[in-house]
Structure formats: structure tokens, C-alpha cells
Ligand binder design. Structure first.
Ligand code: NAP
Length: 340
């Protein structure tokens, strides 16, 4: 039987947390690369919270996924046929490609990664977009100083676990907020966080924070928004800095989330609250990747990957992000290298 190309398309725009009806599996022929294109066999697919925003209708900072079309995201693959001078068969490449087993890509849509320098999956995690997000958001906006208290929400995820460790490298006291006891143990025992709070079991996040941050909060790296962030902001010190990285607690809301009015607290503390997108730092990616790579080699930085195997697991891995199923970077392994 001729080998087909399995794909995942956006079947419905989800209301609330996406479910399996959001997605549809489809089979097509394996595409033929044209001149200046390569055929890529998918090895790893990254599932990321921001993709939930693309499932909505209406323009945001990224365009919505069209209904009925293949969902796209971060993919690592192997070139299995090349009609582009820059790439050879066997090259390992990364790009924004489809949730499908085979993709064609123009040479300017992908770049090669060195499979011998680090495990290739790390280019979708600690050495890739999430790692760089933590690096630039924390260091450019948060600017943690030795002895300051840094709070990180979504602390056991891909971005949060990196942000917290970088804050430790900079000599800060780091407090993480996450949703399971296993994650709390991971933050304290594996990553060296000074304190960690389980927001799902604490009666009052504010009281837990007061206890964990007796000298107040100087930097808050926010991945989640909502009530967790309301509580952290209430503990801000004068001139606190808050890189607003993500607001996953509201991504599945159908109505806008209302909260306390924070302006008086911001005036009192003269806090800096700044949203950012990783793309803002694209001209500095090399510098960030160099530091992250060096810290990894020096053992100052560590990482966890939650890798599920099998193309069909992509939707459930994505949905799992909103249920807190992952520690570290959530990935789906679709195929091994060098096997057709
Ligand atoms: P992640 O943290 O690895 O995975 C998502 C985690 O969010 C889950 O494991 C879960 O952990 C937590 N979560 C889910 N629903 C929640 C809720 N209602 N309240 C609180 N926590 C909840 O994902 P990531 O890729 O590292 O991304 C983290 C955040 O950064 C996301 O908000 C994402 O959109 C944002 N981001 C922004 C940029 C940018 O350019 N600004 C780039 C990358 C990522 P718990 O068990 O702790 O609940």
C-alpha cells in the first residue's frame, strides 16, 4: 500500500477547553517538493498554549488558524528529499510547519540544527522558543538582582522552569507557583527553587505568598494571569517589575475575566508591568541561545521534557497543557531519525 500523509486539521473552533471534536485526522498523498523546496519528515511536534489563541476567530497578534486546514506550529524534522541547494537528505531542521507526518518547506522557512550539539528536541524547548522567552522576558524586563525575590507562575512548565532557574543564576530568591505536589517537589528538589506554592491546594494564595515572600516581591514573571497574579501583585515591593509573558488561566474563557483594579497598587509601588512577545527579541536570539547553551553545559540549567509518542497523541498532548499534565516542555515524538 502506498504510504499516506496523516494530518490534523482544525475541525471546529473550541468553546472553552478544546476537546477531541476540535480536531480531525485526515490522510492525503505525501507532497512532492518543488524547486527550492525540501520534503521534511516530522520527528517532533511542539504543542504550545499560544496555539489556543489561534483557534479563536478574530485577529490577535497572530492570525487565526483557518477552519478545515492543517494546524501549524513548531516542528523538528528530517529532510528526506531536497530540491534546495542549502539542504541535504538527512539534515535535521526546525521550522513552523504542519501537524502532519510530511511537509514540504521552502528553504527560507526552515533552518538546520546541529544534532550532535544537544538532543534535537531541546530546540523546541530549553534552547528554543520557550527558553528564549524565559531568558529575554526575565532579563530584559524583570532584571532580577542578587538577593531580590522573584516569583514565577506556571513555574513547572517550559517557560516558567527556565525563568526560575535563570533568576537563581542571577542570585535571586525564587518562589514558584504550580498546580500539583509533584511539580512543587520538582521545583524545590530538582531546580533549587527556595519555595514553591501549590495554587490548587492552598486556601489563600495571598497568605501562602506572604509566608513564602516575607520581604515582598521584586520581580513577578507571569505566565498565567487571573487570581494568581492578583495575589502576587498585592505583594509587590516598590519598583517591582512584572514581565507579562502569558495568561493561560484566561485562554479558554468565553467572557472577559474581571479582577481587582490594580492601578492604585501600581502607583503606590511604581511597578513596571510590561507585556512582551518573544518575536520582539528576534535580533538577539543568538545571544540568548548562546547563554542558555553555556548554562546547560555548565550544569547551571536543567530541563525536563514531557514526551508522548505517536502522531495521534498530538491533540491530547495539546489539551493536556490546560489540565496541567506536563512538567517541563510538552512534546510529541512522531518518528525516529533515519527511518522511512
Ligand atoms: P507550560 O507552562 O509548559 O504549560 C502550561 C501550564 O500552564 C500547565 O502545565 C499548567 O500547569 C498551567 N496552567 C494551565 N491552566 C492553568 C490555569 N487555569 N491557571 C494556572 N495555570 C494553568 O507552557 P509554556 O509553553 O511554558 O507557556 C507558559 C506561558 O507562557 C503560557 O501562558 C504561554 O502562552 C506563554 N508564552 C508566551 C510567550 C511570549 O512570547 N510572550 C512565548 C511562549 C509562551 P499547572 O499544573 O501549574 O497548572
Amino acid at each position: 500500500m502506498t504510504r499516506k500523509n496523516e494530518q490534523i486539521i482544525l475541525a471546529k473552533r473550541p468553546q472553552g477547553i478544546p476537546n477531541m471534536d476540535t480536531f480531525e485526522f485526515k490522510q492525503t498523498d505525501i507532497p512532492e517538493p518543488e524547486k527550492n523546496e525540501v520534503l521534511v519528515r516530522t520527528l517532533y511536534v511542539s504543542v504550545d498554549p499560544y496555539m489556543r489563541g489561534r483557534m479563536r476567530e478574530g485577529k490577535s497578534y497572530v492570525t487565526p488558524f483557518p477552519l478545515g486546514e492543517v494546524i501549524t506550529g513548531g516542528v523538528i524534522g528530517e529532510v528526506i528529499q531536497s530540491k534546495a541547494d542549502e539542504f541535504n537528505e538527512g539534515d535535521i531542521v526546525i521550522g513552523h510547519l504542519g501537524w502532519q507526518e510530511f511537509s514540504t518547506a521552502r528553504s527560507n522557512e526552515i533552518r538546520s540544527i546541529d544534532p550532535d550539539a544537544a538532543p534535537i528536541s531541546t530546540h523546541l524547548g530549553i534552547l528554543g522558543m520557550p527558553g528564549l522567552t524565559a531568558y529575554f522576558g526575565l532579563l530584559d524586563i524583570g532584571q532580577p538582582k542578587e538577593g531580590e525575590t522573584v516569583v514565577v507562575s506556571g513555574a513547572a512548565g517550559a517557560v516558567g522552569s527556565t525563568a526560575g532557574q535563570i533568576a537563581k543564576i542571577k542570585g535571586a530568591r525564587v518562589v514558584g507557583i504550580a498546580g500539583t505536589n509533584e511539580k512543587i517537589a520538582y521545583l524545590k528538589e530538582q531546580l533549587g527553587f527556595d519555595e514553591a506554592i501549590n495554587y490548587k491546594t492552598e486556601n489563600s494564595i495571598k497568605s501562602a505568598l506572604k509566608q513564602a515572600c516575607p520581604e515582598g516581591v521584586d520581580v513577578y514573571f507571569d505566565n498565567v494571569g487571573g487570581e494568581i497574579s492578583d495575589a502576587v501583585i498585592s505583594q509587590f515591593n516598590t519598583f517591582a517589575r512584572m514581565p507579562v509573558c502569558g495568561a493561560i488561566s484566561s485562554y479558554n474563557n468565553t467572557e472577559p475575566d474581571l479582577g481587582p483594579r490594580i492601578q492604585p497598587q501600581l502607583i503606590k509601588t511604581r511597578a513596571l508591568v510590561k507585556g512582551f512577545l518573544i518575536g520582539d527579541y528576534s535580533s538577539q536570539y543568538k545571544e540568548g541561545a548562546r547563554d542558555l547553551g553555556r548554562w546547560l553545559r555548565e550544569g547551571k540549567l536543567t530541563y525536563e521534557e514531557n514526551i508522548v509518542e505517536g502522531f495521534h497523541q498530538i491533540p491530547s498532548a495539546f489539551i493536556g497543557l490546560f489540565r496541567g499534565e506536563n512538567i517541563g516542555k510538552q512534546l510529541v515524538k512522531v518518528a525516529d531519525r533515519n527511518r522511512s
